[in-house]
Structures are given as structure tokens and as C-alpha cells.
Design a protein around this ligand. Structure first.
Ligand code: PGA
Length: 245
């Protein structure tokens, strides 16, 4: 049985004043796990304020330490109180040119540091319109996930690039098609036991108004939420929908 996961990605938003949202999010505590990934400067303070909510980073470097100005290692995230890290988000892939091989190396570093990773995959609108979605997702899964994946150390997030921050979401059939495909791919590569235990999140314009229908889709084990995770009032409604699913 996979435990549902409501993950919030604050991206480059939030200062210490916003940590008050974490206290309000505790109200939604139920059977689903809750994770918030704030910007790195907030991780220590967030981990102290988080209570039942897990705290994660939004990226890490593949090395443990060294001459990499501005970068943060998985060991540092763990030391600051994080338990998870988002890797290969499309904004990292596009803004920082991260390849599948980069994401895979970061994922190994995260696991070595004892973090759970949320590996993001997703097609662009051009790729969807060219009917290449499943090929793209299959390639990203194969290239970005290291061999040592388990249901404990890995979560996969399907985030269509064109749905992120746009208010557009795929049809429920399209979400189901990709999630079923990802489940089969994971079972084929890692065996049925591991493949069935990895949680699959949908991300991209998840809001209180569409969460319940998305959570009703097969093989959707939760959501990776950007904008609607910034305010507890919205995120609590999404968590409540997940708890009820
Ligand atoms: P959004 O972002 O919910 O604001 O669309 C999702 C994400 O990028 O993880």
C-alpha cells in the first residue's frame, strides 16, 4: 500500500514570515504525508517549525563538497533538516541545462546522504503535439533514475512542462495514460515489488478545484504542487482531497 504524498514546491518564493503557513498546514494532517520544499535559506528554520510536515530541498549538487560556488550538497540539505529533495524539475532542466545524466548523479548523491528524491519528468507541448509524450517520459525515467531505486528512496513526479504555472492540465485520461505507463516501466526495470511501491505524483497547476478528480486517476499517489502550496488555505484543501481519495 503506497502512502499518499502531498508535496509543495515553493520554488524561489518565501521568506521567514511565510513559515507561519507551515503551522496552518498541520491542521490537514491525516493519512497522507505532507512535504514542503522551501528555498534553501529557509530549510533549517522550516525543519524546526515543521512538526509532522517533512521538509525538502529543490535541488542538490552531485558532489558532497568542494569548489562549486552557490551550490548546495545533499549532505548539507540533510544536515539542515531536510528529508527529501526534488531533482530534475523542468525549471532546473531548462534554466540550468540539467540533463538526465546530471539528474541521475544528483540522485545518487541524495541517496548516499540519506535523502529521498522526487525525480521529475515531463514533456513539452511540442513533444505532446508530436505524439512523443511516452517516448520522452520513458527516456527521462531510464536516464534520470539510478539503479538502486526503491519505494523508500524514490518518488517520481510527472509534470507536463506546459501545465506548470499555466492553469492548464492534461485530461484525466492523459494523466492516467502516463502514470500507468510509468508504473509499467518501473516494474519492468526494478521488478514488480519495487515498481509497485514507488509513489507517482502528478504536478502542474494542481489547485483545490481540480485536486479531487486528479487524485481519482489510477496510479496517481499524490501531487507536486507549486503555486497552490504557498498559502496554507489552498494547500490544506488539496491535502484534504488527497486524504479523502
Ligand atoms: P504549479 O507548479 O503547481 O505552480 O503549476 C508545479 C511545479 O512546478 O512543481
Amino acid at each position: 500500500m503506497r502512502v499518499k504524498l502531498a508535496a509543495g514546491n515553493w520554488k524561489m518564493n518565501g521568506t521567514r514570515a511565510d513559515l507561519a503557513q507551515l503551522a496552518a498546514m498541520q491542521e490537514a494532517t491525516g493519512k497522507a504525508e505532507i512535504l514542503i520544499c522551501p528555498p534553501s535559506p529557509l530549510i533549517s528554520a522550516a525543519a524546526e517549525a515543521a512538526g509532522q510536515i517533512a521538509i525538502g530541498g529543490q535541488d542538490c549538487h552531485a558532489n558532497t563538497s568542494g569548489a562549486h560556488t552557490g551550490d548546495i550538497s545533499a549532505v548539507m540539505l540533510k544536515d539542515a533538516g531536510a528529508s527529501h529533495v526534488i531533482l530534475g524539475h523542468s525549471e532546473r532542466r531548462s534554466d540550468h541545462g540539467e540533463s538526465d545524466a546530471d539528474v541521475r548523479a544528483k540522485c545518487v548523491a541524495a541517496w548516499d546522504a540519506g535523502l529521498k528524491s522526487i525525480v521529475c519528468v515531463g514533456e513539452t507541448l511540442d513533444q505532446r503535439e508530436a505524439h512523443n509524450t511516452l517516448d520522452i517520459i520513458g527516456g527521462q525515467l531510464a536516464g534520470s533514475i539510478p539503479d538502486a531505486a526503491t519505494g523508500h528512496n524514490l518518488v517520481v513526479a510527472y509534470e507536463p512542462v506546459w501545465a506548470i504555472g499555466t492553469g492548464k492540465i492534461p485530461t484525466l485520461d492523459q494523466i492516467g495514460e502516463v502514470h500507468d505507463f510509468m508504473r509499467v516501466k518501473l516494474e519492468q526495470r526494478f521488478g514488480e515489488g519495487v515498481g509497485r511501491s514507488v509513489r507517482l505524483l502528478y504536478g502542474g497547476s494542481v489547485k483545490p478545484g481540480n485536486a479531487a478528480e486528479i487524485f481519482g486517476v489510477s496510479n496517481v499517489d499524490g501531487a507536486l504542487v507549486g503555486g497552490a502550496s504557498l498559502k496554507a488555505a489552498d494547500f490544506v484543501l488539496i491535502i484534504t482531497a488527497l486524504n479523502a481519495s
